[in-house]
Design a protein around this ligand. Sequence first.
Ligand code: ZN
Length: 427
Amino acid sequence: METAIPSPISQKIDELWSEEMDFLQEISRFPSVSGKEKALQAYLADYLISELDLEVDRFTPDIKEIADHPGFSPPEWGYEESDVVIAKQPGPKDPIGKSLIFQGHTDVVSPEPLSLWSSDPWVPVFRDGKMYGRGVADMKAGVTAMIFAYKAILNAGYKPGADFMLQSVVDEERTGNGALASLEKGYTADGALIPEPFGLKAAKAQIGSLWFRISMNTAVKDKNINQVVNVVERSQVIISALQEYEKLMNERPKPDAFKDMPHPVDINIGSFHAGDFPSNVPVKAVMEGRVGLYPGQSINTVKKELEDCVLKAADEDPWLSKQPPEITFFGFHAEGAEMDDRSPFFQTLDDAHETVLQRPAERSVLSSTTDARFFNLYYDIPATCYGPDGGNFHEIDEWVDLNSVKQVTKIYAEFLARWCGLVPKEA
Ligand SMILES: [Zn+2]
């Protein structure tokens, strides 16, 4: 296949490689767990201005501006330490191609339990062609690749032939409100690529995600009942009900994209808190978790089904029926999404992939949510996730394959060249 990328750009990526790895290592040292992204965002904003000569807008997501949007997820936290960074390169007056966004999130999930890591998650290390550390794969390697794809184009003497943006967003791991806020501010384009680490495969569908909290209380105030009931033991009733609901969802007909997945929809109980003393009977407990949903399933339907199944189980239990558990929803209210993978956007990505890797393009179907949903569901902007290869996301010893990072950098440069066109930098 003929390449649209002038070969000097690919050479520049090779030349910049050790600088790119230093950059990845540097940004992976920031402990930017969701809600604490600000220091890293400041570092990136400074880099994009001073090194890449981009116009940068930084802003804090304003809940009031997005609260009525159907894609909004209600946070129980503020965004004082989470600002979005949008870096813009306006295209020529008469663009020769289509406008483009490369977008990545800089928040990462908790590295706990720290003691299980082979080395400090905030001191990224190279081992056997991989880098290890919290967030290196999800998704600081992708953020690095998208920035260096653009940098290589600049260093080779070119710039995009249409409006181009590098977007660094926040709170992707709990809500996606950083991405939503930037879209609602008008930072849109004709297409968006997100280098999430799904192994050089373009995502054509993704599961949605809804967070729930179930609070139980077995401290029955009835003087005729002379028995203290252990809420941890009774919580088995609720856990079984959730497992039943998960089973039911996976037995239903699956949307086409998920046909080959044996178990597309998961319910995960992510935290459980109860009790404070070995010789006391715990009577209050709170569990928090996440339930998946298919594209096309409404958030409200899943809320109602989950409530019904938990409350029905509680009602059949002699103790939980006296004080039914309280169910609330917070954080992720993310719908599932399907992408049109026969669109010119995917075709361009497939061409870029085949040109750089000399092998056919592949697809992925995601059992988790990503920011790609906003572009596709609410703004009619073709978007997908395509990024490096890695593993142990959200687990101990997270890693990213470094060769795949270089490949993604080249594929992003190739995509940009094809989608936006390139013009001489000094034109
Ligand atoms: Zn991610």
